[in-house]
Design a protein around this ligand. Structure first.
Ligand code: HAM
Length: 421
């Protein structure tokens, strides 16, 4: 019996509808980042493993798809883009005006336990602002993240962006006598607190002489513990986006390179994993490329957001509309008289040259069947080439109306009908 191959665990096939859904999300990511003046860039899929072991933290390093290549180099499929961005920015930072507003859409790989909303392969939108220390830069990114959600059709009913300041925790840890790696380990405990049993957290904190009550007190204190956090929140309120934002000092983020404001987006009511996350990382470019370039940024994956779109009515309606539009041609050419095949082919070529999406029968078929195919494909119009040629009939398949025109005038007639310029 022939072997039946299956997709590897955590990897996905993208059939046309899945690709259309993915591309719809990509289009929104691109459209909104351009509104904020961001430009697109890309890096390589494979990087030296050391790029990730430098400062991303234990969690991501354990999840690397890494191997030795034929040139005996230790390499990894990229699990995230930020270290690559830091490398690229350090190498050519003089060539770009500051602040640099860069975004990227690409595929990433993490050898994680396969679960809902998490794959071993996923797409991520990355958006970063480099060369600006002001809190206004953090706020600008947060506003962009909120606008991505709004553009997809989500409202305050559906999500919150939770923002925090990692420095509030660093100051707290220092006041308890911690330093260096101790602070990093302490931040890991706070990051995992929500998913860890209370007794375990108590025990872990106890090693540092810190009580759970002291930690909870800080979490309960809000924006006043950090002037930068208060400034970011005020900036967002001035934009009219305050209702989407919640100060939550419980957010510290798992990646080790963050140095200030950090944030994550969560759904309301569905209990899904984080939709997006990011923050300020003022030392990473220096650490990776030896250039002092403060930066902040965030990333949104394609998996959780697509699950959430499908679970929410208005975002789902927009997605379905985009998928239907993606698969539908403008013109389904119906050949009603087989002796006119040459004329039909020539007409199809003219329409395609003019930019229309055109489908035509590849084998002879009854006219009724051709119309059925046109209707079920979601085509917008059918153009009938029959014995009256050079006159053709244009049928609007949704409105069920028919008009006739000369083949030579068809491009103009279709532009009027379809609203193309
Ligand atoms: P991250 O929190 O590791 O941050 O990932 C950001 C987002 O990517 C997550 O919120 C989630 O939507 C998605 N994501 C991550 N891992 C997976 C996975 N295994 N499967 C599906 N989706 C996933 C970063 O990657 C930072 N580099 C973001 C950043 C950019 N910080 C500054 N600039």
């Amino acid at each position: 019996m022939a072997t039946r191959f299956q997709v590897l665990p955590g990897f996905r096939d993208f059939y046309p509808d899945d690709c259309a859904a993915r591309n719809y999300v990509f289009d929104v990511w691109r459209k909104v980042s351009r509104r904020y003046g961001f430009v697109e860039y890309e890096g390589p899929m494979l990087e030296p493993t050391e790029l990730y072991t430098r400062k991303s933290g234990a969690e991501i390093v354990n999840q690397l798809f890494c191997f030795t290549d034929k040139g005996e180099r230790e390499v990894s499929l990229r699990p995230e883009l930020t270290p690559t961005l830091a490398r690229m920015a350090a190498a050519r930072h003089r060539d770009f005006r500051k602040p640099m507003r860069w975004f990227s859409i690409g595929q990433f790989f993490r050898y994680e336990r396969h679960q809902k909303g998490r794959g071993r392969e996923f797409y991520q939108f990355n958006c970063d602002l480099l060369g600006e220390t002001a809190a206004a830069a953090d706020a600008e990114l947060i506003a962009l993240a909120i606008d991505l959600m709004r553009e997809l059709g989500f409202t305050t009913e559906h999500f919150r962006l939770r923002v925090s300041d990692r420095n509030a925790w660093v100051r707290f840890a220092e006041s308890k006598g911690l330093e260096g790696d101790g602070i990093a380990s302490f931040l890991q405990i706070i990051d995992k607190m929500e998913r860890t049993p209370e007794e375990k957290t108590r025990e872990l904190l106890g090693v540092f002489g810190i009580t759970l009550e002291a930690v909870r007190k800080l979490i309960g204190s809000g924006a006043e513990v950090s002037p930068v956090l208060a400034e970011v929140v005020e900036n967002l309120q001035q934009r009219g986006l305050g209702d989407y934002v919640e100060v939550d000092l419980g957010i510290v983020r798992g990646l080790a390179y963050y140095t200030g404001i950090v944030f994550e987006i969560f759904d309301i009511g569905q209990g899904m994993r984080a939709i997006a996350g990011g923050g300020r990382y003022d030392q990473l470019v220096e650490l990776i490329g030896g250039v002092d370039l403060p930066a902040c940024g965030f990333a949104m994956g394609d998996m959780v957001i697509t699950d959430l779109i499908r679970a929410t009515s208005e975002p789902c309606r927009r997605l379905d509309e985009a998928i239907a539009a993606d698969g539908a041609v403008d013109v389904w050419l119906v050949l009603a008289d087989e002796t006119k095949q040459a004329e039909a082919l020539s007409l199809a070529q003219t329409l395609r040259d003019a930019g229309f999406r055109v489908a035509l029968p590849l084998t002879p078929a009854k006219v009724v069947k051709q119309f059925q195919q046109a209707e079920s494909s979601g085509a917008i119009t059918a153009v009938v080439v029959g014995s009256e040629f050079p006159e053709v009939a244009i049928k609007d398949l949704a409105k069920r109306t028919e008009t006739r025109c000369a083949a030579a005038a068809l491009v103009g007639a279709l532009r009027d009908l379809l609203g193309n310029s």
